[in-house]
Write a protein that binds this ligand. Structure first.
Ligand code: CU
Length: 150
């Protein structure tokens, strides 16, 4: 008869541990997301953000998607023999526990390919970033005129 309160307590502790372990979105936070405005004839553009991992485990950005483009890839701009070029990075990037991943012009970025319509400064597009552990996270990215890095 005395085992009943004990098992209730055990269940309570278990639920608390579970909630603590799962936290909001696995500790991944996305801020300062934006996309680069395009000239009217452009088919592609870049999108950028700062991603932080406040969780206890490493996570990995594995893909991105947006209704603004028919295809979205993870890219990195590299310089080879003095020539800047973009390379697809389909395996994504790991973000260590407590670490951050900066997607910025001239470096790692989200490539929007086959734009549905040109992106004008002042518009907002939706981006969905998918992480190995945290899953899919949606953000609103304002469109900004950006000159550097492409
Ligand atoms: Cu690119």
């Amino acid at each position: 008869m005395s085992s009943r309160p004990l098992s209730t307590l055990a269940l309570f502790v278990f639920v608390v541990l579970l909630l603590t372990a799962c936290g909001p979105a696995g500790g991944i936070a996305i801020r300062d997301a934006y996309a680069r405005a395009t000239p009217p004839e452009a088919q592609t553009t870049g999108a950028f953000a700062v991603i932080t991992n406040g969780g206890q485990q490493a996570d990995r950005l594995i893909s991105a998607a947006s209704p603004a483009a028919k295809a979205v890839e993870l890219h990195e701009t590299v310089t080879e023999d003095g020539v800047m070029k973009m390379q697809p990075h389909p395996e994504g990037w790991e973000i260590a526990a407590g670490g951050r991943l900066e997607l910025a012009p001239g470096g790692k970025h989200i490539m929007l390919i086959d734009l549905v319509a040109p992106l004008k400064a002042g518009d907002t597009i939706e981006l969905t970033l998918t992480f190995e552990k945290a899953g899919a996270i949606k953000v609103q990215a304002p469109v900004k005129a950006v000159m550097s890095g492409m």
